[in-house]
Design a protein. Structure first.
Length: 305
């Protein structure tokens, strides 16, 4: 269909020299490159947040005071293993706790000199059929100062940070596509200036405005698709060079969850969504350039006598 449109446009109005072809594809390529990376970043961000939510939803953490005796600690572990809905119970070794606290305390701090509580990592099933209130009551009977964290609420500031990142990426994509339209408008204005005499003559002789506009729209579509293809390939090469799709947006996922190996960040270039984003960005650039050129030419022709 598009091929026949190209051919019909050339038969009706032969194309003249195309000065805009020198710069429009490169501007479009740059904008598509940025928009494609932004689109892939949005996909990775969504996967990361969903994976984090799933991991946190199946994770509980129990803090037992450091002065708790070994007998009470073993009683707590036995109680947890007998609780319906808890699939795994892991008492963190001092070395594991030290790794968790190192970002805040530094590597030189000796934990045995601090009243650091013992941490117990609990994993539940997807349905999480646990009576948290009853479990807290049972734990308090053994160790009154034990603290059970259910992680149902996201970390403070995380939703707002995610919204800011999404807003930044969406805004960047919108600006990039707007600049594609702007470059197409400037390009078609340059072409109109070059063919002004022929265009004015055709308009004065009664040529249909849509036929004249089609000539420039087809030209802009071709330039937009060429530039969009170059930008999409450049984005793909950048992702490969960075070491994978996940490198576009570096966000940590809580370890140990079933979703930590899922999503576009792990599937890489084999994920169909990556190709959909790249192909969609290139196609959108061509269509936006075509529509912008069409509207610009019709507006100019409407102002001619």
């Amino acid at each position: 269909m598009i091929g026949s449109w190209f051919a019909r446009a050339r038969r009706e109005l032969p194309l003249g020299p195309d000065e805009s072809a020198r710069f429009v594809p490169w501007v479009v390529a740059l904008m598509v490159y940025l928009a494609a990376l932004g689109g892939v970043g949005l996909t990775v961000l969504d996967d990361t947040l969903r994976a984090a939510d799933q991991v946190l939803a199946t994770t509980l953490t129990l803090q037992v005071p450091a002065e708790t005796s070994n007998a009470r600690l073993e009683t707590v572990l036995a109680l947890l293993r007998q609780t319906a809905g808890i699939q795994s119970v892991h008492l963190l070794e001092p070395a594991e706790t030290a790794r968790l606290l190192e970002p805040w305390l530094g590597p030189a701090v000796a934990l045995d000199e601090l009243p650091v509580p013992r941490l117990i990592d609990l994993r539940t099933g997807p349905e999480r059929a646990i009576d948290i209130a009853a479990l807290r009551h049972q734990l308090a009977a053994v160790v009154p100062d034990a603290r059970l964290d259910d992680h149902l609420s996201p970390p403070k500031g995380m939703p707002a940070a995610a919204r800011r990142i999404k807003g930044f990426l969406v805004g960047g994509i919108a600006v990039a596509l707007l600049l594609v339209a702007t470059s197409a408008v400037f390009g078609v204005r340059t072409a109109l200036m070059a063919d002004r005499s022929a265009t004015q003559l055709l308009h004065a002789l009664g040529a249909v405005d849509s036929a004249i506009a089609r000539r420039f729209a087809v030209r802009s579509l071709r330039l937009g698709l060429v530039g969009g293809g170059v930008g999409a390939v450049a984005a793909l090469l950048t992702i490969v060079a960075l070491g994978g799709v996940g490198a576009v947006v570096q966000l940590p996922v809580p370890p140990g969850g079933p979703s930590s190996a899922a999503g576009v960040a792990a599937n890489g270039i084999g994920d169909w969504r990556l190709w959909a984003v790249l192909g969609g960005a290139a196609l959108a650039a061509g269509l936006i350039a075509m529509a912008s050129a069409w509207a610009t030419v019709l507006r100019r022709l409407a102002g001619m006598p």
